[in-house]
Design a protein around this ligand. Structure first.
Ligand SMILES: *[C@@H]1O[C@H](CO)[C@@H](O)[C@H](O)[C@H]1NC(C)=O
Ligand SMILES: *[C@@H]1O[C@H](CO)[C@@H](O)[C@H](O)[C@H]1NC(C)=O
Ligand SMILES: *[C@@H]1O[C@H](CO)[C@@H](O)[C@H](O)[C@H]1NC(C)=O
Ligand SMILES: *[C@@H]1O[C@H](CO)[C@@H](O)[C@H](O)[C@H]1NC(C)=O
Ligand SMILES: *[C@@H]1O[C@H](CO)[C@@H](O)[C@H](O)[C@H]1NC(C)=O
Ligand SMILES: *[C@@H]1O[C@H](CO)[C@@H](O)[C@H](O)[C@H]1NC(C)=O
Ligand SMILES: *[C@@H]1O[C@H](CO)[C@@H](O)[C@H](O)[C@H]1NC(C)=O
Ligand SMILES: *[C@@H]1O[C@H](CO)[C@@H](O)[C@H](O)[C@H]1NC(C)=O
Length: 218
């Protein structure tokens, strides 16, 4: 028993330490990895993104006031960026807003984005992202806005989306999503705006979806 308690304590303190182990170098590394996966010439758009200045002063990067080393927003909508989304962004553990809409990102949404438990707003609308929406996105439990509209996403809407209890705005329109509308979406009790139009969805609309307060389905 003592051994059990001991190892549990060890495990817990170890888990706490590793949850907090992300530090300034992790944040900078994640941003540099993001830049490295852009293709030129959009790379040159980010000339301020070099280690001669602190990453909190880089274009589009906003750091926390309380924890000055932590990136809380990455706001680069309509920056004409092209390339792939770096999975390293999933290490920006204090990120609240990630706005990369209106660029030319290709490839998949990294499943590691699902680690961003503080993320409130994710807008990847109007890119050319492929592949399916990662099931792991259900880990972004603080999301209020998820806009993945206007991409080339395929596959089914993951059931895990229904776990995002704080979701107010879910926009998945204009993609190649297929299959049934998951029943779990009826659990989105905060939803106000739901758009799934212009996909290849099939099957029935879950009957309980109509019970969601004030949802404006389109
Ligand atoms: C940051 O964390 C990494 C691994 O988590 C560690 O190797 C490194 O020494 C840390 N750097 C600082 C400045 O704390
Ligand atoms: C690094 O960033 C600064 C602005 O912060 C810029 O003036 C400088 O030209 C950049 N250096 C390179 C090599 O891009
Ligand atoms: C956007 O980037 C492309 C190359 O990736 C370039 O040809 C085009 O001129 C850029 N457009 C604007 C408005 O900067
Ligand atoms: C950050 O994320 C990448 C890819 O998801 C991973 O390989 C790396 O080990 C992570 N950790 C740090 C401290 O950069
Ligand atoms: C996301 O960006 C698009 C532009 O591509 C914009 O129209 C839309 O309103 C944004 N979504 C949200 C939820 O703010
Ligand atoms: C999620 O948001 C709630 C309230 O908006 C906050 O209390 C909670 O700490 C947040 N969770 C994380 C992981 O940031
Ligand atoms: C919800 O998203 C749509 C676009 O996807 C946008 O037009 C609308 O402004 C958003 N509403 C809120 C409350 O953010
Ligand atoms: C909705 O959430 C409840 C409790 O979290 C869960 O038991 C139920 O299975 C969920 N319903 C669907 C359709 O996912």
């Amino acid at each position: 028993m003592t051994i059990f308690c001991f190892s549990l304590l060890f495990f817990c303190s170890h888990a706490l330490v590793s949850a907090g182990s992300s530090n300034a170098s992790t944040e900078e590394l994640a941003l540099l990895a993001f830049k490295s996966m852009l293709s030129s010439p959009s790379k040159s758009l980010l000339t301020s993104w070099n280690t001669s200045s602190h990453y909190c002063s880089w274009t589009g990067v906003v750091c926390s006031r309380r924890q000055p080393e932590r990136v809380v927003s990455l706001l680069m909508g309509s920056f004409n960026l092209s390339g792939r989304l770096s999975p390293f962004l999933g290490n920006l553990s204090f990120l609240r807003k990630l706005d990369l809409h209106g660029n030319q990102f290709v490839g998949q949404i990294p499943p590691g984005f699902g680690q961003l438990s503080r993320l409130q707003m994710l807008n990847l609308s109007t890119n050319t992202l492929h592949g399916s929406i990662p099931e792991a996105m259900g880990g972004c439990t603080n999301l209020t806005t998820l806009d993945l509209s206007n991409n080339l996403l395929q596959g089914e809407i993951p059931t895990g989306i229904g776990a995002l209890k704080n979701l107010v705005n879910l926009s998945l329109h204009i993609n190649g999503l297929s299959g049934d509308i998951p029943h779990s979406l009826t659990n989105l009790s905060s939803i106000k705006h739901l758009s799934l139009s212009n996909n290849r969805l099939s099957g029935e609309i879950p009957p309980d979806l109509g019970n969601l307060y004030q949802s404006s389905g389109s």
